[in-house]
Ligand binder design. Structure first.
Ligand code: ADP
Ligand code: ASP
Ligand code: MG
Length: 417
């Protein structure tokens, strides 16, 4: 069985849906499981709905209308008015309205997941219906009945044993299956999510459980490049890389592959293909066991909008185990993701991602005991297989605040120009 994953960019409009349908028809005739993300930037639009709901903003109805019109507009180019998909989509909007009207919970992350899931439910319904209309028979299913997680809303952990048992039992490997990425459910049937951009990971979960022959993630780039094309010009396609290389790149922030995707694939030696939905004839990148980096060149990864903090004790004590472990506990408590650590005798620097906007609370709690210097809006560059020319390219991006060099990897925190 093959697993395909299509992200938001591939289905951002009606032309995109048509293109995806033709790729599925040409490349995934049968025994394919297709994982679909929300259309375009719809997950961001749903995040605005969640915020408007919690702040009781007057804008809430407009935000919902925008989402409904976005989907209906795409549908009008794909379907006839009497097609059953309109009923399915209206049922979904009805369920969403029902939730918003009835919900009494003030737990932000729980509510977030119950709302955000509609992006994937809508898009997968639309893609499935369009495939059927074009004569490609397929079977749509609700992934929440397959992937089971704990109740850590917005960043749920997969219950592998249960998920594997259900997937093996329920997936019909002889069909084209269409389902959603990113979303799942806990043991009380509430919706959970696997973390933003988590649809690649969903593809990895199905591949692992089904012993798939390959996973293809279809992207708006040729494949994995040696640098993010939004930040660097002159990028080169990496035709093949090992799991280890891809894991390192994804871990440091090459957003083309979600970092959690690779480990399940590596365990079962299932190749990951990264291909372009704009150019489906090309082979893209193959990530597989033992593959050497081809071509062997420096690879650049950037994480933007980081916070660099330098912490020292107010009582001039050394930064050693006891205060470092205390700081790490607090970083964990405030869900601040640490991307780089550097330690000296009296100060301890970390570059962090303020993904859940809790930095201020963290800062306020620690400032009584520590002196904390903060540099906001810095970028963290990571260069794998670096040489002096590669480092010079980064140094042109702004003022280097901190550099860390290991054997294969150099990391530089830069205050951008
Ligand atoms: P999806 O549509 O599946 O959500 P993403 O937008 O998350 O896809 O990932 C594709 C994007 O990743 C590309 O458009 C590109 O800007 C970015 N990207 C970052 N680093 C790399 C890299 N090393 N190679 C290719 N693309 C990269
Ligand atoms: N739609 C989700 C997001 O935008 C999941 C994904 O696209 O991978 O984060
Ligand atoms: Mg994405």
């Amino acid at each position: 069985m093959k697993i395909f994953k299509f992200g938001g960019a591939s289905i951002k409009d009606a032309e995109g849906v048509k293109n995806v349908a033709s790729i599925i028809k040409n490349e995934g005739a049968k025994d394919t499981l297709v994982v679909i993300s929300a259309m375009g930037k719809i997950t961001n639009a749903f995040e605005e709905v969640v915020d408007a709901y919690f702040t009781k903003s007057d804008e809430l109805p407009n935000k919902l209308t925008f989402i409904e019109e976005y989907h209906k507009n795409i549908m009008s180019s794909l379907f006839d008015k009497e097609d059953a998909v309109y009923r399915d989509v209206d049922i979904l909007f009805g369920e969403l309205g029902w939730f918003l009207a009835r919900n009494a919970s003030q737990r932000y992350n729980y509510v977030y997941d119950q709302i955000i899931c509609f992006g994937e439910l809508l898009s997968s319904r639309i893609v499935s219906a369009y495939l059927s209309k074009m004569g490609t028979e397929n079977s749509w299913f609700d992934v929440r009945n397959y992937i089971k997680t704990d109740s850590n809303y917005r960043d749920a952990k997969v219950d592998w044993e249960l998920t594997e048992a259900i997937i093996i039992k329920k997936v019909d490997a002889t069909k084209i299956n269409i389902t959603q990425g990113f979303i799942a459910a806990n043991d009380t049937e509430n919706t959970t999510t696997l973390g933003r951009e988590g649809s690649d990971y969903t593809a990895g979960i199905f591949a692992y459980c089904l012993d798939a022959e390959s996973v293809t993630i279809w992207k708006d780039v040729e494949g994995v490049l040696n640098a993010d094309p939004r930040v660097f010009t002159d990028t080169t396609l990496l035709a093949q890389i090992s799991y280890e290389e891809a894991i390192e790149m994804a871990f440091y922030g090459a957003s083309v592959i979600h970092p959690k995707t690779l480990q399940p694939l590596q365990k079962k030696e299932i190749p990951l293909l990264v291909r372009s939905f704009l150019n489906p004839k090309e082979t893209g990148t193959k990530v597989s066991k033992g593959a050497s980096l081809v071509p062997y060149i420096p690879c650049f990864i950037v994480k933007k909008n980081q916070i660099l903090i330098s912490i020292s004790a107010l009582d001039f004590s050394f930064m050693v185990e006891n205060n470092i472990s205390y700081i790490f506990q607090k970083l964990h408590d405030y869900q601040l993701k640490v991307n780089l650590i550097q330690n000296s005798a009296i100060s301890f620097s970390v570059c962090i991602d303020n993904k859940f906007n809790k930095f201020e609370d963290f800062y306020n709690e620690l400032k009584a005991q520590f002196k904390i210097e903060v540099q906001n809006e810095v970028d963290l560059y990571t260069v794998r297989h670096f040489d002096t020319k590669a480092i010079a390219i980064i140094e042109e991006k702004g003022v280097s605040l901190l550099t860390q060099i290991n054997k294969e990897t150099s990391q530089i925190v830069v205050k951008p120009n």
